[in-house]
Design a protein around this ligand. Structure first.
Ligand code: AMP
Ligand code: ZN
Length: 492
């Protein structure tokens, strides 16, 4: 991609430069209009309200799940980069069939069981440098909102009872199927489905409220004792946090049907207003052509990979780098390639930090940085095309390296380049990576060890010099001996 002249970024007002994202509901690319009313500039919009279906906490999330969670993180970061404010919720599903089964099997309470896996999930988010969102509701804290929806649906005649459970009757809701564009004639009506897991062939009335079974957690409600079905949980949390229509709802493509279809049906039938303006679905992470999933057993958890020595930084880079609407095949070699890409960025930064030449600012550096930010924005504005955006960024790295080779960069230019990199990293979160295990590196100590190593080498104490290098390597510090002396960097 060529480098074009720049507009005003990132808070520009040009109406021809709009962020467009594919909307699953309409099947077309649509401009994001937070609050539903077009404004003259991004700064005038209300915060973008976003809800992302979060994990069901019954075990370790796998990196397929994290592809979707990293996508959510990229979306919110890019919106902020573009000057939008965000108000983002991701739930924790903490009552569900598999959770109850898991807790019962271990003989612990549902609360203890889900708290354990929620803590692990939060730690994994931090490892992957996923930003905290504004709201992280637990389903079990929104039972009041579930009761409100179910009561309204009962008043309006969408609900029937069978064996103590309450079901939503999809034939009574004529817009059923609008998201997944299911031909309603194909739906087997009058059949009831009250487990939380579905396959495409099991399209039936879904349980809003489940009758209590022995050894199962329950709540007392105006319509009897029991526990919620999975779909009602997300509808209730959205209602409780945001009140009315939200701008964006995200999730993996497997959630389009029936989960999101059912969320729309129960929310819109209950409140008579649009539930969500923009539905965004992320494609799956595959392994040898099949969806990575717990049930297939073809999965890696984040911890599996960290134990094998892969860095969370490279895993984040790999998972963020593919376009969200394309399936992506996971391989361990892919992490190696991510390592190499990050190394190119790191080397460029090390070279910049090594520059000692005094001088005046080179106007080409400013132009190059602005053009890169403009082209990155143009690429990602087009349905969040991150691969295009990353391509633009690597052209920039290449151009900066060429300028360094030609000795056309002086100390006066470095901050301009680093600032541009920081802006890109506010979206990618991989360059100045702050996730991963927190090991505090004392830079003064590293410098003193390097000085001791140089003295050791001068005095021909090579064993000591090698020992120091090995000790630093163990701490993830890589030494590079150059003609200008020894420099160091953290391993990516
Ligand atoms: P779950 O905990 O099973 O409810 O899944 C949490 C999120 O991960 C949902 O948004 C799923 O759509 C998503 N997900 C599950 N498997 C994959 C996969 N192989 N690739 C990408 N996303 C996935
Ligand atoms: Zn959900």
């Amino acid at each position: 991609m060529s480098i074009r002249p720049v507009g005003r970024f990132p808070n520009h007002k040009e109406t021809d430069m709009a962020l467009k994202i594919h909307n699953t509901l309409t099947g077309i690319m649509e401009e994001l209009i937070p609050g539903g009313v077009r404004k003259d500039s991004i700064a005038e919009y209300p915060p973008v309200t976003i809800y992302s279906c979060g994990p069901t906490v019954y075990g370790y999330a796998h990196i397929g799940n994290f592809r979707t969670f990293i996508f959510n993180d990229f979306l919110r970061r890019y919106l902020k980069f573009r000057g939008y404010r965000v108000d983002h919720a991701m739930n924790i599903t903490d009552v569900e069939d598999k959770i109850i089964a898991g807790a019962n099997k271990e003989g612990v309470s549902v609360k203890d069981y889900t708290e354990r896996y929620t803590a692990i999930f939060m730690e994994d988010l931090r490892s992957l440098n996923i930003e905290p969102v504004e709201h992280m509701p637990r389903a079990t804290e929104s039972i009041d909102a579930m009761i409100d929806i179910i009561e309204r649906l009962r008043e309006k005649g969408f609900v029937y009872e069978k064996d103590g459970s309450l079901y939503f009757s999809i034939t009574r809701y004529d817009k059923y199927g609008m998201l997944s564009r299911l031909d309603t004639r194909e739906i087997k009506t009058g059949l009831r489905y009250d487990t939380d897991e579905y396959t495409k062939d099991d399209v039936r009335d879904f349980a809003l409220w489940k009758a209590p079974k022995e050894n199962e957690i329950y709540w007392d409600t105006p319509f009897g004792r029991g526990r919620p079905g999975w779909h009602i949980e997300c509808s209730a949390m959205i209602r409780k946090i945001f009140g009315t229509t939200i701008d964006i709802h995200t999730g993996g493509v497997d959630l389009i049907f029936p989960h999101h279809e059912n969320e729309i049906a129960q929310s819109e039938a209950a409140y008579g207003e649009t539930f969500v303006r923009h539905w965004i679905h992320a494609e799956h992470l595959l392994v040898n052509g099949a969806k990575m999933s717990k049930s297939m057993g073809n999965y890696y958890t984040l911890r599996d990979l960290l134990e094998k020595g892969y860095s969370p930084r490279s895993i984040r880079y790999l998972l963020i780098s593919a376009h969200y609407r394309k399936q992506f095949n996971f391989t361990l070699e892919g992490i190696g390639q991510a390592d190499q890409a990050l190394e190119r960025i790191d080397n460029c930064i090390v070279r910049l930090n090594d520059i000692r030449t005094e001088g005046t600012q080179n106007p080409d550096v400013q132009k190059l940085s602005e053009a890169m930010l403009a082209n990155f924005t143009a690429a990602v504005d087009d349905d969040l095309n991150i691969s295009g955006g990353i391509g633009v960024f690597f052209e920039f790295i290449h151009a900066v390296n060429s300028l360094i080779n030609e000795e056309k960069i002086s100390l006066a230019d470095i901050d301009i380049i680093l600032d541009a990199m920081k802006k890109i990293d506010s979206v990618l979160g991989v360059i100045f990576f702050t996730g991963g295990a927190k090991t505090e590196i004392d830079t003064a100590w590293v410098d003193s060890m390097i000085a001791e190593r140089i003295t050791a080498k001068k005095n021909k104490k090579f064993a000591r010099a090698d020992e120091i290098r090995a000790m630093l390597t163990d701490k993830g510090i890589i030494l590079e001996d150059t003609k200008d002396g020894t420099r160091w960097k953290m391993k990516s």
